[in-house]
Design a protein around this ligand. Structure first.
Ligand SMILES: Cc1cc2nc3c(=O)[nH]c(=O)nc-3n(C[C@H](O)[C@H](O)[C@H](O)COP(=O)(O)OP(=O)(O)OC[C@H]3O[C@@H](n4cnc5c(N)ncnc54)[C@H](O)[C@@H]3O)c2cc1C
Length: 368
């Protein structure tokens, strides 16, 4: 059995950044990923929208970007349209996540792909991990294995509450670029809202990529009975119907987004990062930057606590660092989310404000 300081489970954005940061700080690390990362990486159902600042920060190459976006068009089903300016990128997750695993690998991270965590147990002094191919032991565990986190399930952490889970449906529709540009514009993404007549608690979207449109829909789990039927209601909105006319259905994928932070993000040398911890913007569903930031903070916490001899305070310090960085705002956004989706009047008021303000600003200035 091979022994490591840290085992990281899951090679999404959270896992790759955790593993890279840990190697940079001198730890021995193994990164386990159940899927195949060869041939350009693995598919992940995602809108792939990213703020331009993040693209610049990580120096993501422009030739790997599918579209550069200048604005969001926010449609309310009653016919109102709102516009939000802001530069962003639309990317495919296979390319983006592969870019990050390649950075981790270049830094010296040992990556085991096609290797699934099957079981994990704590002995007196370390964790024993059984995978589909091998056995490992480690002092620390970073659970970066997404919303269903098998790691945290095996360790019997509490499950997410139903109201903290969004069920999404993603359809990838193939269409040539010229037609996409004519139908949806070449630098816009489209978001669709409507509590009474579209989605009780969530929104839907059309994200144009180079030669595909990502058609997505997400609603709080338990708020509707038949998600396929509700999704087809969205597909029948005239603009949506026209945009995907004669497009080829390439994929149909249901997936969950967690929109409520777990009450516990650390226990006994195990850290939850990214979706595994429910660390996602509860209004927009944006999770990639938070997965990356929480992963970095988890490793910084280990280093800091070891250096200062504060190992027994690791959980407290991880939470404090997260709160200071972004988590306290995400928690406040959960409250705002409840207010926005009370009724369509409130929702429209929010969409109107959102045109010119970040949602964090709407909270901090108490604008709604
Ligand atoms: C439909 C949809 C649209 C979204 N759109 C956006 C968007 O436009 N912008 C944005 O910022 N965010 C978006 N998100 C959220 C974003 O996708 C997530 O927040 C982000 O992927 C979280 O990263 P992560 O590293 O925590 O987990 P993940 O990206 O989920 O990675 C987890 C990894 O763990 C692996 N894994 C799971 N189980 C095991 C196991 N047993 N052993 C080994 N490996 C395992 C998985 O294969 C996966 O590679 C969207 C999500 C959905 C569902």
């Amino acid at each position: 059995m091979k022994n490591y300081d840290i085992v990281v489970v899951g090679a999404g954005p959270g896992g790759s950044i955790a593993a890279k940061t840990a190697v940079d700080k001198g730890y021995s690390v193994i990164l386990l990923e159940k899927k195949d990362l060869r041939n350009g990486g693995r598919y992940k159902a995602c809108g792939g929208a990213m703020a331009w600042e993040l693209i610049e920060k990580i120096k993501f190459p422009e030739d790997k970007i599918d579209r550069i976006i200048e604005k969001l068009i926010l449609h309310h089903i009653d016919g109102d349209i709102y516009t939000k300016q802001g530069k962003g990128a639309i990317i495919w997750r296979d390319k983006f996540d592969k870019f990050l695993t390649d950075i981790a690998s270049t830094s010296g991270v040992e990556i085991k792909q096609n290797e699934e965590l099957i079981d994990i147990k704590k002995t007196d002094s370390e964790y024993l991990i059984n995978t589909s191919k091998s056995k490992y032991s480690a002092q620390y565990v970073i659970a970066a294995d997404g919303v269903n986190s098998p790691t945290l399930r095996k360790l019997r952490w509490e499950k997410f509450n139903k109201e903290d889970l969004i069920l999404t449906i993603t359809q990838e529709m193939g269409l040539n670029k010229k037609e996409i540009d004519e139908r949806l514009g070449n630098d816009e993404v489209h978001l669709f809202f409507g509590i009474k007549n579209l989605i009780p608690l969530g929104y839907a979207w059309l994200f144009p990529k180079k030669d595909k449109i990502t058609v997505g829909w997400g609603n709080q789990i338990g708020k509707i009975k038949n998600s396929r039927k509700e999704f087809s209601k969205f597909l029948n909105i005239p603009l949506v119907k026209q945009s995907i006319k004669n497009a080829e259905l390439i994929r149909y994928t249901p997936h969950l987004i967690p929109v409520g932070v777990r009450p516990m993000l650390y226990n006994d040398d195990v850290f939850a990062v990214g979706d595994a911890g429910g660390i996602v913007d509860p209004i927009s569903g944006k999770g990639i930057p938070y997965a990356m930031m929480s992963a970095e903070i988890a490793i910084q916490t280990i280093k800091y606590c070891e250096k200062k001899g504060k190992e027994e305070k690791m959980g407290e310090i991880y939470k404090k660092k997260l709160d200071r960085s972004f988590l306290s705002i995400l928690k406040k956004k959960s409250e705002l989310r409840k207010r926005i989706f009370q009724n369509d009047e409130k929702l429209k008021l929010f969409l109107n404000l959102w045109q010119n303000h970040r949602s964090s600003e709407i909270i901090l200035k108490d604008l709604l």
